[in-house]
Structure formats: structure tokens, C-alpha cells
Design a binder for this molecule. Structure first.
Ligand SMILES: [Zn+2]
Length: 304
């Protein structure tokens, strides 16, 4: 198991919910899809590491947000081995690109894209600085991983730390042959990074929304679809046919309301309305009592 798991960022979670419950502008939608694609690529990389058992031999820390000298930097994935710490910059881009004069260009638009090697350089410089300042001396050697099998780079540079999808298996084998005698100092480093990880990063310009402007309804866990068919205590996603219990969907609804409307107190009526009155208040109350703590009395009751 990874020493630090990956989770959707709060921003991505909120955009995912809002995408299902309102019409996002083209720009907002693109931002959501871009973030989602990035996240999906990172999850795929986690699975590759797990399948190879690397998480049992080394410290794997997914998605770190760190700060050094007032500058914030993010590492998609970090591996602590016996002799080195390896930050990964994961890219899930697809399509054709070319490399020219130290820059990446899209073949389709001929426009320059953000150079992931520069991003990696920055991450490595900041990480080295942060480690040195705090008395850690492990060697830093990072990589850019293009995880998407449909990514192609013309005129690719030979001597840069890039791993392309067809090379991934071999690369993982090489990682797995690295020595893994991890001692207390490695553990201290892993704990240090966990402690330094920033969790309360402010979210910039979310789409504008209000309680009344959002679509109500139970959302399926599989597709995030509001098109569901409730029958008895079960709910079917009309998008893909997956069946789940209404109970788990209601519990998720509570998390949704908490995330989107932190100022609203969770009551039976609020959740009843959020679920588009698909289920009786009585049943919703039962589910709330089972999963949350009841605060207050009589008509001032709410759940936490
Ligand atoms: Zn579905």
C-alpha cells in the first residue's frame, strides 16, 4: 500500500459535481476535463507501481503539495528507495507532438505546450532545496512519464529523463531491481514529506452556483450520472446499468452538500430536496441517523 494515497483534489471533486448538476461554460468544462484527464493518468501510474509491488518495497507518496522558500510545488508521485528519492511528473497527453530547440509543440496546432522537463527541473530543484534545508541528503533523480499509449513525440531527445508508455514495463523492472534496505532515516524522510504536505490550498475561481441553480437528484457512483432508476432500496444507473444501494447514494449526497454548501446544516429536508424527493423522508432520516451524529432537538435537529 502507498504510504500516502491519492485523492481527487477538492477542486476536481467540486468541478465533477458541478459538471453533473449545471451547465458549465466551455472554458470551465475544458478545465474540468483537463484536470480529470491528469488525475486519471496519475491513478493509472499508481496502479502500475502497485501491480509491480513497488509500494511494498519502497515508500510511495502520491500527490504531494510542498512549499520551500515561499514557493509551492506539486509532485505527482514520489518514490523513496535506498539510495535515491524519485519524483515523477505524470503526463496523460495524447496525440502527436514534436520536440524542437528544447521545447514541445503540438503537431496539430503548432503551438508550444508547457515543457514537462522544465516542470521536472523546477520540482527537483525545489525538492533538493527543501531536503537539504531539513538535513536530508538522499540523491534526487526524477522522471517525466508519458502514461498515455497514444502520445507520440517526434524528434524526441535521447538524453532526457523521459519514460514513454512502451518503455514503462522495462522502466518499472529497473526500479524494482533497486536496493530496498530502508531504515529509520528513510522513514523519517517519508514522515517529513507527509507532514509538509499542504492540504488547505485555496481554490481559484470556481463556477458560480447556488442551491436553486443546481439540478437535484441522486448521483450514481459509477458514472456520476443523475439519470438513475430507484426501485426499493436499490438504484440503477441508466447510463451503464450498475446497481448500488440507495443508502450509499444518500450518504454520498450528504458529502456533496457538505462540499458544495459548507454553510448549510444537514437536515432530512435538505437531503430530501437534494435527492429530488426520489425517496421518502422517513427512509432518508433512517439513513442519516445510521451514518451521522445527530445534533440538537426537535425541529432544530441536524447531522454532522
Ligand atoms: Zn453508471
Amino acid at each position: 500500500m502507498a504510504y500516502k494515497n491519492r485523492e481527487e483534489s477538492k477542486e476536481l471533486k467540486m468541478l465533477r459535481l458541478l459538471n453533473a448538476r449545471m451547465e458549465l461554460t466551455t472554458q470551465e468544462k475544458n478545465r474540468y476535463l483537463f484536470m480529470k484527464k491528469g488525475f486519471d493518468g496519475e491513478v493509472q501510474f499508481d496502479q502500475v507501481l502497485e501491480r509491480a509491488g513497488l509500494d511494498n518495497r519502497f515508500y510511495v507518496l502520491n500527490d504531494l503539495l510542498l512549499k520551500c522558500d515561499g514557493t509551492i510545488f506539486q509532485i505527482d508521485s514520489t518514490l523513496i528507495t535506498q539510495h535515491s528519492i524519485i519524483p515523477f511528473e505524470i503526463k496523460n497527453s495524447d496525440g502527436n507532438y514534436y520536440y524542437q530547440d528544447n521545447n514541445f509543440y503540438s503537431c496539430k496546432t503548432k503551438s508550444e505546450i508547457k515543457n514537462p522537463l522544465h516542470q521536472l527541473d523546477r520540482i527537483q530543484t525545489m525538492l533538493r532545496k527543501l531536503l537539504r534545508k531539513n538535513g536530508f541528503s538522499l540523491h534526487v533523480e526524477g522522471y517525466v512519464v508519458f502514461i498515455n499509449p497514444e502520445f507520440y513525440l517526434y524528434q524526441a531527445p535521447l538524453d532526457e529523463p523521459i519514460v514513454y508508455f512502451p518503455q514503462l514495463n522495462n522502466f518499472i523492472k529497473e526500479l524494482n531491481s533497486k536496493p530496498d534496505v530502508l531504515n529509520d532515516s528513510h522513514r523519517k524522510l517519508a514522515d517529513f514529506l507527509l507532514k509538509e504536505h499542504i492540504t488547505d490550498f485555496p481554490i481559484r475561481d470556481l463556477p458560480r452556483y447556488s442551491w436553486d441553480s443546481l439540478r437535484k437528484g441522486l448521483m450514481s457512483a459509477c458514472c456520476g450520472s443523475l439519470a438513475v432508476n430507484v426501485s426499493g432500496s436499490m438504484m440503477e444507473c441508466l447510463h451503464c446499468g450498475t446497481v448500488e444501494s440507495v443508502e450509499s447514494a444518500v450518504v454520498r449526497s450528504v458529502e456533496e452538500v457538505r462540499l458544495l454548501f459548507p454553510e448549510i446544516k444537514i437536515t432530512t429536508s435538505i437531503i430530501y430536496e437534494w435527492c429530488n424527493k426520489l425517496y421518502s423522508k422517513k427512509v432518508i432520516r433512517k439513513i442519516l441517523i445510521k451514518h451521522f451524529s445527530l445534533i440538537g432537538y426537535g425541529k432544530w435537529v441536524y447531522y454532522e
